[in-house]
Design a protein around this ligand. Structure first.
Ligand code: NDP
Ligand code: GUE
Length: 284
């Protein structure tokens, strides 16, 4: 068997075309959806993601502003900036690129963002809503994965979903969203014993470990759906957590890196920003 490759990039482009129209309509009603991205420091990988977000925002017609601060920025300075953005009625979405330098506590910053502008879906109040099955901003990578699975018409109900990773950004929320869809969810992590025993039982395997090539054909069973979230730069090349060429021989569906989950993450960020703008307009 050779897997069908799910190109997130292609789906992302389709969805962005639809969003372009939606944004046009909003603008005709005087609503100009605006995303502000804050980046601290000079990490080249972070800068490259942020550029991607900027490009995509502009393409669908969102107003987007990039605020670049030096590595030495204090927690207080960042919190003050966030407060200013919270108060600014022209700003609908705020994203602070993670990870932050050591002098700044990630969680404090996440909690400072007004939940109604938290387009990353990381604020505890939005996480709580997701957990209790309420409508809210869902974290972009997990949401992008859900949309990809749905568009490929892969059913989730009763499926064994195995996730490698339990971070607050990816692993935990993707598990929660798929649990909400009635999947049976297992999280594996660095203390998991006999990883292979778990991965071989998966109907759908989601790999978000940040370990290049962690999963190969040996670790999966015939017909599995493989979603590779990992984005690793190895010798200047972008690669996932899955050995793509070997795994695709056994899988039924597989996502590539690049052109897989990454572009969907950005697309859901745009979606959340448009949603934020519409919500404020409707006084919700
Ligand atoms: N495509 C996209 O849009 C995005 C991609 N990413 C990428 O996804 C990956 C994961 O990101 P993130 O969740 O933020 O990373 P973290 O480093 O926060 O989390 C990694 C998780 O993987 C687990 N893990 C690490 N090594 C192993 C191993 N050998 N066996 C089993 N479990 C392991 C860790 O376990 P433990 O908890 O025990 O430490 C942890 O739960 C990265 O490559 C990142 O670049 C991230 C965001 C968006
Ligand atoms: N507050 C916050 N929110 C995030 O959503 C967030 C973050 N911080 N910190 C870092 C991670 C990582 N992340 C990616 C987004 C898109 C691609 C992406 O589009 N990748 C392209 C390739 C891009 C390239 O060529 O460099 C692809 O996979 O095809 C990758 C990674 C979002 N993150």
């Amino acid at each position: 068997m050779s897997a069908e490759v799910i190109y997130g990039k292609q789906l992302a482009e389709e969805l962005r075309e639809e969003m372009k129209e939606e944004v046009k309509g909003l603008k005709e009603h005087g609503i100009y959806p605006k995303l502000v991205v804050v980046i601290i420091g000079e990490d080249p990988a972070s800068k490259s993601y942020v550029r991607g977000k900027q490009r995509a925002s502009e393409k669908v017609g969102l107003d987007s502003e990039l605020i670049e601060l030096p590595e030495t920025t204090s927690e207080q300075e960042l919190l003050e900036l966030i407060e200013r953005l919270n108060q600014d009625e022209t700003v609908h979405g705020i994203l602070v690129q993670l990870p932050l330098p050591n002098q700044i506590a990630d969680q404090k910053v996440i909690e400072a963002i007004d939940p109604s502008k938290d387009v990353d879906g990381f604020h505890p109040s939005n996480v709580g809503k997701m957990m209790t099955g309420q409508e809210t901003f869902y974290p972009c990578t997990p949401y992008g994965i859900l949309v990809m699975l749905k568009r490929a018409e892969i059913s989730l109900e009763g499926k064994n979903v195995v996730i490698i990773g339990r971070s607050n950004l990816v692993g935990k929320p993707v598990g929660q969203l798929l649990l909400n869809e009635n999947a049976t969810v297992t999280h594996c992590h660095s203390r998991t014993k006999n990883l292979q025993e778990h991965t071989r039982k998966a109907d759908i395997l989601i790999v978000a470990a940040g370990k290049p090539g962690l999963i190969s054909a040996e670790d999966i069973s015939e017909g599995v759906v493989v979603i590779d979230v990992g984005v690793n730069r190895v010798e200047g090349k972008l690669t996932g957590d899955v050995q793509f060429e070997s795994a695709r021989q056994k899988a039924s569906y597989i996502t590539p890196v690049p052109k897989g989950v990454g572009p969907m993450t950005i697309t859901m960020l745009l979606h959340n920003t448009i949603k934020a703008a519409k919500r404020i307009h409707n006084n919700q």
